[in-house]
Design a protein around this ligand. Sequence first.
Ligand SMILES: Cc1ncc(COP(=O)(O)O)c(C=O)c1O
Length: 371
Amino acid sequence: MPRQKPSIRPHIDALHPYVPGEQPQGLKLIKLNTNENPYGPSKRVLEAVKKATSDQLRRYPHPTADPLRARLAEIHKCSVDQIIVGNGSDELLALATRAFVTPTTASLRGSNRGANIIQYFTPSYSLYPVLTAIHDAKKNEVPLTPSFAIPGPAALAKSSWNPRAALTFITTPNAPSGRAYKRSELRRLCETTGGVVILDEAYVDFAEEDAMDLTKEFEHVIVSRTFSKAYSLCFQRIGYFVGSEPLVTALHKIRDSYNVNGLAQVAALATLDDLAYYRKNFRTVIKERDRLTHALIKAGFKVFPSAANFLLVTPPKKSPPASAWYEGLREAGILVRWFSDPSIDQHLRITIGSPEQNKALMTRIRAMQKT
Ligand SMILES: Cc1ncc(COP(=O)(O)O)c(C=O)c1O
């Protein structure tokens, strides 16, 4: 039989994949680049994971993570059927594109009817455009204001905002700016948007307000949460969605049969049994956020107000560009995030570390200012 040339779908062949923050292995570096928590999981979580590392590993985990969903349903005062757990919230964001958005078929090419449109504000989570491209959907990027606010109703009406977009992602608090959005403002957007709206609350535990209530008010609104950031479980990959039953049921239909590994389910359940430990950590991170903000302002940086566990900062005028600061910090073993996208390449995103890590960061910054 003649060999056939393997074919790759053209839009996948042309794809620029998501670029995650650098993840060097080893704990020597001061890692302030991917918004991980400086504090480890609680002792109860470590014990639960150790206990589960047993003969049990040969068994499949719970296919729908029911014990965890039951506990989450109690916390969020909703039914178990309104919750889906994923291999990180990233997995669920990808599933949402597949469940709710029609790829750009010939009949939809050039169409503005919305079925193939995924929209989001820019700048926000850099995964959204990649998910859009993977799904061969049409992206609609709507710029935030220069201070990363959502444009008001009049400005939004004049922008490319499309109330008929099949799927809208809103990162709240925003990443990479850290800016918080009011529930009332998000409600207004949900009211005027017809397709599915996902409020990505990856950083909400560091903010004053959340928008979970909107899932009770609107059938087309989903809130996305993760155990990665506030709950120190990046390594385990676990996140979840809360939304109306029809939307969540659709997502369950297309997920892998065992999409959440067993140790992650155990770790997440034990996390929810020790919330007091985590709440204390949130308070420490928030206090450190204030201290670091002041220290950076004193050193001449512009710091955007943040409701998350990171700061977006602009280096002082007449100092080297942000990329040079990134390199200089890296040479000293301190990793922060610099994005090459022209809309944010003049800034650095710095995760709030422990007091010692933040002190080392400021010491290096001051040393760089002297040279
Ligand atoms: C806004 C936002 N949403 C979702 C995620 C993904 O989180 P997870 O680790 O649950 O996949 C991140 C991670 O950086 C994020 O910044």
